[in-house]
Design a protein around this ligand. Structure first.
Ligand SMILES: [Zn+2]
Length: 438
């Protein structure tokens, strides 16, 4: 008799198990990939059964792409998208028309918004290659062309972005401020590393928006505390809210609550935080994020490894939301560094140390160059250079995190560019030194 070790994460509700069971039956009947990959005779009745479902990696998604598409040509209209290629090469994905809108409705219904849907006017600033299609705003589209109505029920304005926010010129920044005023935006959904360009400019120039911003959602990549702080100061908001999603999952699907957990709709998604054997990690532990899409008619994903790391949430979140949760995203597996003793350190841990020590830094990157050698590159805040040199405090903080014998070289620069995916790499090994097996 096997002994089931009960995970200390959120248990799956009966309803969620039923939804997973239906999904398994459906994908096995409809899609050649799952017909072969899911063990014959497996019926989902318990959490333990879910753990018997096969894991899918990005590589497998790319390799088996055709076997994941519906064979029924009369199926729903399909939209084609591709990922930005942050964790590996870009991945082609497909979803049914309307999936993004349905997913957003489920996701944002979780949150206790102070604004009702009809009054919300949201401005979006994505990294320019967020999907390779609609969000590719490195060009200068007209204001009229950037007002989007078909995605959600909320009025949306996409701000013109660019490849490298630390090089946004005054005219682009003034255009963004003009757009936000003209649109009367009261909500922002932004990649904070990009919006930082605007926040630092507003702080340096003492600019305020005419319409107060009520909610700021930060998305697309792990948000630095440095960027959260600057955005709160520039906009006069108390906090920003992290949301989590990815192109493969048709957008954002989890929203941070006031206790720092990412809640998601149990009808929309199943999220797991797993160890290297794909078993649940105990509450508070660090593991890989694995998603199962539950309401997707085109290209459903079963136990798909996102390449991200998160903490496992406690069984009950103190915020009182009934929907399940995982802890906050801690960074990407490929962006881990190690202490001088070889222990893994996440992007979030690096950021906590740097942000606590530093004022006067707007973007930075910590790269591990050798077992005990690190570089710290940073872009100073506008006008901050004359005030003080932030480097000494950061070196102390990084030694505290990485080891007293860490050799940290500091480089001040005017420009840290994102990677070709449009995402930043604020920590990582260069060259690759360690194979991480979390
Ligand atoms: Zn919560």
């Amino acid at each position: 008799m096997s002994v089931l070790v009960e995970p200390q994460q959120h248990q799956l509700s009966t309803r969620q198990l039923e939804i997973v069971a239906q999904l398994v039956e459906r994908v096995r009947a409809e899609l050649p990939y799952y017909r072969d990959a899911i063990p014959a005779g497996l019926t989902i009745r318990s959490r333990e059964d879910v753990l018997k479902l096969p894991i899918m990696t990005k590589e497998m998604l790319r390799k088996h792409f055709r076997q994941l598409l519906p064979t029924d040509e009369q199926g729903e209209a399909i939209e084609w998208w591709s990922t930005s290629g942050t964790t590996t090469d870009r991945v082609q994905v497909a979803w049914a028309k309307g999936q993004l809108k349905r997913g957003h409705q489920r996701t944002f219904a979780l949150h206790k918004w102070k604004l009702d849907q009809a009054k919300r006017r949201a401005a979006i600033l994505s990294s320019p290659i967020c999907t390779g299609t609609q969000c590719h705003m490195d060009m200068s589209l007209s204001y009229e062309d950037r007002v989007i109505s078909e995605w959600t029920e909320t009025a949306l304005l996409s701000l013109n972005s660019g490849m490298n926010p630390s090089r946004f010129g005054v005219s682009k920044l003034e255009e963004m401020i003009g757009d936000l005023d003209r649109f009367r935006a009261n909500t922002l959904a932004v990649d904070a590393a990009y919006f930082m360009a605007l926040a630092r400019y507003m702080l340096a120039e003492g600019i305020s928006l005419r319409t107060p911003i009520v909610h700021v959602l930060v998305k697309d990549q792990l948000t630095s505390k440095i960027h959260k702080r600057a955005i709160c100061e520039a906009l006069g908001v108390a906090r920003v809210t992290e949301v989590y999603g990815m192109t493969e999952a048709a957008g954002e699907f989890a929203v941070e609550c006031e206790h720092g957990n990412l809640h998601y709709s149990h009808e929309h998604m199943l999220l797991e935080v797993v160890d290297r054997s794909f078993q649940p990690v105990p509450a508070g532990g660090l593991g890989r994020v694995c998603i199962t899409t539950l309401d997707r008619s085109v290209m459903p994903l079963v136990r798909y490894l996102t390449g991200d790391l998160a903490l496992a949430a406690p069984a009950e979140c103190r915020c009182g939301l009934a929907e399940p949760a995982i802890g906050l995203i801690q960074g990407r597996i490929q962006d881990l560094v190690t202490t001088t003793a070889g222990a893994p350190v996440t992007t979030r841990q690096v950021d906590d140390a740097v942000a606590a020590a530093a004022r006067g830094i707007d973007w930075y990157a910590v790269l591990q160059r050798g077992p005990a050698r690190y570089s710290f590159d940073y872009v100073p805040s506008l006008g901050a250079r004359a005030v003080h040199d932030p480097a000494a405090a950061v070196v102390d903080a990084l030694k505290g995190l990485l080891g007293n014998d860490a050799d940290v070289q500091v480089y001040e620069t005017m420009d840290i560019a994102p990677q070709k995916s449009g995402k930043y790499r604020t920590s990582g090994q260069d060259p690759v030194l360690t194979t991480f097996e979390l």
